[in-house]
Design a protein around this ligand. Sequence first.
Ligand SMILES: [Zn+2]
Length: 120
Amino acid sequence: MKKNTIEVTSKVCKSCDTEKPIEDFRLHKSGYRLGKCYVCEKLSWKIKRRHSEPVTLSITTKSGNVFVGSTVPINGGKKITSSYSDKVLYVSPSITRDQSRSMFEVYGNVKRNQISVKLV
Ligand SMILES: [Zn+2]
């Protein structure tokens, strides 16, 4: 028996507006292809996940001061990292380098001289 359906081989993603091969679109359980390509679909998952995660955290330094940091970049703020820790902390511009180090000392559990503070 001959099938009379036209085979669709490509599709334009409604999110990135790019024509992509049909395999790049996920096949839904009910038989239709999703309008977004895999790349865009993944991207929207990431954004959703990021929103559900707590992004701000308050850190009590060893001297007992409490500062608020973030796990996502803050505009005009500072990025605190250490080659001795996988953790990354972002703080607002009003927090000094010294305070940033004190925060990361506790957050990343590293020594002050192992901490680097950069402007974002
Ligand atoms: Zn796309």
